[in-house]
Design a protein around this ligand. Structure first.
Ligand code: NAG
Length: 202
């Protein structure tokens, strides 16, 4: 916690109002090409550039080369991936108390992760209009919520280990969906971090 505060103070001291200025236009001339190029350049700095581009390029027009709106869109994608995952978790069998067993733990963790991602998206929606320290606390909150979502996703993944939790094909599909949700969460964390990094966007 102290570290976070120290980081925020250091960041506040050196923070430049990059967010309030329009993002420098990437290579192309204005319009749709530049907006897609902006997504590409930002995505290149995440761990999953291809998935990031595939997920966010369709939103390039509404993101409009705004780093804050790109972060919101990535939190939205995380939320959508968690929703798709939740929808595929089989309900507990007849007689089983709801939430029982490993699959129940996974379902609970995914619901919790979706809540965290929604809170992160809510914090990020205010960033574009925010200035100075408000940007920093919104970003810090969003990072906290997204990290918590990542932890919940790991908890779900643990619930998919036991053979008896579900038939193998079901567990395989759910594992793939958890992996995808984690990748989107990682992308969102990276894009949110970029909101307060002073590195030049290149
Ligand atoms: C994120 O989702 C919210 C709620 O569905 C929506 O209003 C908003 O336009 C989305 N933002 C972006 C940048 O995709």
């Amino acid at each position: 916690m102290l570290l976070v505060v120290a980081f925020l103070l250091a960041a506040a001291a050196t923070w430049q109002p990059a967010l309030s200025a329009p993002a420098p236009a990437p290579a192309c001339h204005g319009g749709a090409r530049a907006e897609v190029e902006f997504v590409r350049v930002c995505c290149a700095r995440t761990l999953y550039p291809r998935l990031c581009r595939a997920g966010l390029a369709p939103h390039a027009a509404s993101v409009h080369s705004s780093p804050a709106r790109l972060a919101v869109a990535s939190a939205n994608l995380t939320l959508a991936a968690l929703g798709a995952l939740a929808a595929r978790i089989p309900p507990p069998g007849p007689g089983a108390p709801s939430g029982s067993g490993a699959l129940g733990d996974c379902a609970e963790a995914v619901a919790s992760a979706a809540g965290q991602a929604a809170r992160a998206a809510e914090r990020l929606r205010g960033v574009e209009q925010a200035v100075g320290l408000e940007v920093l606390w919104r970003v810090d909150d969003a990072l906290t919520w997204l990290s918590a979502a990542m932890t919940d996703e790991d908890t779900c993944a643990d619930g998919l280990g036991p053979r008896e939790s579900a038939p193998a094909p079901v567990r395989a599909e759910l594992r793939a969906r958890v992996r995808r949700a984690k990748q989107y969460t990682s992308i969102a964390l990276a894009l949110v971090n970029m909101l307060v990094s002073n590195k030049p966007r290149s």
